[in-house]
Design a protein around this ligand. Structure first.
Ligand code: PGA
Length: 257
C-alpha cells in the first residue's frame, strides 16, 4: 500500500522568527503518527525547521521547494540538490506549476532536476497538472501523460520510496476551487497507468499519488475517499493549527492513528 503523506509547501512565506513560531506551535499539536508529514519552507528557513524537527517527531521530514538543474558551479542564485541534502532535506518538490509558469521551467530542466535530486538519495515529489484551458479543451489526459513521459525517464529507476507524484490542477492552486473528487479519481487512475507503462505495475502500484489545490481540513476526506495518498498543501499549511487539523482529518478518513 502506498505510504500516506501530507506535505506543506510554504512557497515564499515566513521569515525565520515566523518559522520558529510555527514549529513551536506544531510541537504541541496532536499529530497522527502513521502519517508521514513534510514541510517545505523557503531556503532561508531550512535551518530553523531542521533545528526543531525533533521537537515535533520522527515522522516529520524537511523538504525544499525547488533545486537547481546543475550539480555545481556558475549558476548564480541557484541551490543544488547536494546543498539541500547537506541542509537536512530528505525530499524536494520538482516541477511545481508556479516554477513551470512563473519561471518558465521546461520539461527538460525539470527532468534534470529530478535526476539530480534522486542521485543525491533524496525523495522527489514530482508535480504535474493541467490548466483550465487544457481541461476545457479535453486535453487533461494527454497533458498529464506528456508531463510524466518527459519528466520521468526510465533511466532514473525510481522506487515507490524515492518518487511521489502530486497531481495539482493549475486552476485549483490558491484559488479556493478544488477538483471534484471524481475528477481526482479519474486522473489518479491515468497517472498510475502511465507510471505502470514507464516503470512497471508493481512499482506504480506502490507509488504515493498526492492531490494538491486548495486542500484544507474540511475537504481532504473527499480526496482520501477517492484514493489520494495524501496532499500537497499551500495556504492551509501556513498555520500550525490548520496544518495539524488537516493531517488529523486525513488520518481519520483513512483510519490511521
Ligand atoms: P494551495 O497550494 O493549497 O494554496 O492551493 C497548493 C500548492 O501549490 O502546492
Amino acid at each position: 500500500m502506498p505510504r500516506s503523506s501530507i506535505i506543506a509547501n510554504w512557497k515564499m512565506n515566513k521569515l525565520q522568527a515566523e518559522t520558529a513560531a510555527f514549529m513551536d506551535a506544531l510541537a504541541v499539536e496532536t499529530l497522527p503518527q502513521q502519517l508521514s508529514l513534510g514541510i517545505c519552507p523557503p531556503f532561508t528557513s531550512l535551518p530553523i525547521v531542521r533545528a526543531k524537527l525533533a521537537s515535533v517527531g520522527p515522522h516529520l521530514q524537511l523538504g525544499a521547494q525547488n533545486c537547481a538543474d546543475a550539480s555545481a558551479g556558475a549558476h548564480t542564485g541557484e541551490v543544488s540538490a547536494a546543498m539541500l541534502k547537506d541542509a537536512g532535506c530528505s525530499f524536494v518538490l520538482i516541477g511545481h506549476s508556479e516554477r513551470r509558469s512563473l519561471y518558465s521551467e521546461s520539461d527538460k530542466r525539470i527532468a534534470a532536476k529530478l535526476e539530480l535530486a534522486l542521485a543525491q538519495g533524496m525523495q522527489a515529489v514530482f508535480c504535474i497538472g493541467e490548466t483550465q484551458e487544457q481541461r476545457d479543451a479535453g486535453e487533461t489526459e494527454r497533458v498529464l501523460r506528456g508531463q510524466l513521459q518527459t519528466g520521468l525517464s526510465a533511466e532514473i529507476r525510481p522506487t515507490a520510496a524515492t518518487l511521489l507524484v502530486a497531481y495539482e490542477p493549475v486552476w485549483a492552486i490558491g484559488t479556493g476551487r478544488t477538483a471534484a473528487p471524481e475528477q481526482v479519481q479519474e486522473v489518479l487512475a491515468i497517472i498510475r497507468d502511465e507510471l505502470a507503462i514507464l516503470f512497471g505495475r508493481p512499482i506504480a502500484a506502490e507509488m504515493s499519488l498526492l492531490y494538491g489545490g486548495s486542500v484544507k481540513a474540511e475537504n481532504i476526506a473527499s480526496f482520501a475517499a477517492v484514493g489520494a495518498d495524501g496532499a500537497l498543501v499551500g495556504g492551509a499549511s501556513l498555520q500550525a493549527d490548520s496544518f495539524a487539523a488537516l493531517a488529523r482529518a486525513y488520518a481519520d478518513a483513512k483510519g490511521l492513528s
